[in-house]
Design a protein around this ligand. Structure first.
Ligand code: PGA
Length: 258
């Protein structure tokens, strides 16, 4: 099953609107070097979304996304962001359940599932993050922990990204590999992505259409090896997405379909 790889930048709580717009502009400038058949997206922090989306709006090869949303459509939720507002801004994606949000804001699988379902219903594609801690991996629990997160965090009746318009993307991000420079070995990533695919197959008919991204210290030096794996359909990139050159180099390393 040929899945279009997605290289998605997660800018986290970095950059202000001006610097974010400049980074978006630099990425757009380099887009002609990235082969067609590689989808790209950037997820700036909420205050930077407008500036970035205005910058990239006319370039359909680069889409925008948010880093979180609320599970409710609107209402008394001070400081939160609604999917309707994100859609009106022009977001295509929203990251939900990133391990930093699970840790900083005590987000449970049920919360993540509710957010993903609301995003999907609004026409956004949720990028649902899962991943084990170092202690869980060392205890031999990694695959069981991630399987439980996948089962608990994906909306019911989910379809793959692009299926009937509104799908879901799953990002496997081992917590111990995020921002640490420690990247999971290709063998471990391969095994986990196969396991996630098998879990998805137990949940839906079209599991082979769901894009599975790897995230955690992806950089130009290790991208080609990870992105070559059969069940790795792209990357969620933090630190290395804050420089246009390294983000574009990772996109150029993606295997293309067809
Ligand atoms: P990193 O972050 O690439 O800086 O490790 C990845 C992520 O948290 O999405």
């Amino acid at each position: 099953m040929a899945r279009t790889p997605l290289i998605c930048g997660n800018w986290k709580m970095n950059l202000g609107p001006h610097a974010a717009r400049d980074l978006a502009r630099a990425i757009v400038h380099g887009l002609p070097e990235v082969p067609f058949g590689v989808a790209m997206a950037v997820c700036p922090s909420t205050p930077c979304l407008q500036a970035v989306l205005d910058e990239i709006r006319v370039f359909d090869r680069l889409e925008g996304g948010a880093q979180d949303c609320h599970a409710a459509l609107s209402g008394a939720h001070t400081g939160d962001t609604s999917v309707e507002a994100l859609r009106e801004l022009g977001c295509a994606y929203v990251i939900v359940g990133h391990s930093e949000r699970r840790a900083d804001h005590a987000e449970s699988d049920a919360t993540v599932k509710a957010k993903a379902a609301t995003a999907q219903a609004a026409g956004l594609t949720p990028i649902v993050c899962v991943g084990e801690t170092l202690a869980q991996r060392e205890a031999g629990e990694a695959e069981a922990v991630v399987a439980a997160q996948v089962k608990g965090s994906l909306p019911d009746g989910v379809a793959g990204d692009g299926v009937e318009g509104h799908g879901v993307v799953v990002a496997y991000e081992p917590v111990w590999a995020i921002g640490t420079g420690k990247v999971a070995s290709p063998a471990d990533v391969d095994a986990m992505h196969r396991a996630i695919r098998a879990t998805l197959a137990g949940m839906m008919a079209d599991a082979d259409k769901v894009r599975l991204l790897y995230g955690g210290s992806v950089k130009p030096e290790n991208a080609a090896e990870l992105l070559a794996l059969d069940d790795v359909d792209g990357a969620l990139v933090g630190g290395a997405s804050l420089k246009a050159d390294s983000f574009l180099a990772i996109a150029k390393a993606a295997k293309t379909t067809g």
